[in-house]
Design a protein. Sequence first.
Length: 272
Amino acid sequence: MTEAIRIFVGCSANGEDAESQGMFEYTVRKFSSMPVDITWMKLSNDPASPWYSNPKKGEGWNTRGWATPFSAFRWAIPHVCGFRGKGIYNDVDQIYCADPAELWNQKIPDGKAILAKSPNTHCVLLFDCERAKKFIVPFDQLRSREGLYRQVRNNIGGAIAPFQGNWNCLDGEKYKSLADPEIKLIHFTKVETQPHLKWAMPRLKASGRQHWNAFTLRADKPQPHAHPEVQPMVDRLWDEAQAEGYTADRYEPSADEMFGSYDAVRGGKRAA
């Protein structure tokens, strides 16, 4: 049986990222030369889920102070994989521009457990799950102790080696053209300029919902992205993704799956 690339994607739980999820999955499967197994890491009300959180009962993930509704989940990937094999972490606000197998098949040097852009940049990671065990605290501690994931994040640099190729191109960086072959993956880092919000914000408003980052998004329309090629490229990409069946409703949670309030995230409150 052919090995599958295991990709774990941090995303919001109440459907805020549905368009972004669709474009992410479309580009992964469009470019991949190998089977792909995608896990959407979303806060869950299900006690059986590794992403379970119930702040009122003090159970599961303690999300207080997180910058996003999935900030610490990436450090649980080795545990979820049973400390066997490999796993890729991605933020949901990313699109692949090249075959993820090129990243998956890179060798992690002896003495290291992770490939990343740099020791301090953790939004795309390739884990050797067995080796990572010595660098990451036990799962029950990681999810229950407030802020413990920051210690992991701050101390993990020694386990990281750089991947080959720009698998985490931050907002276009130095590139004049997003078609530059050096770019393997594009990451839209600023929530307020993420191009999928063009469709997500009206959809959420129509259903009486808010985006999880209501702290930053004060208007119904996102701010324009700084790179002039981003929005036209994403407009075309969203049309392609929908034509292939990766529509927003495919990623909308059911009523039972809806997580509801993110009271503990960033210490703030929002409506369910």
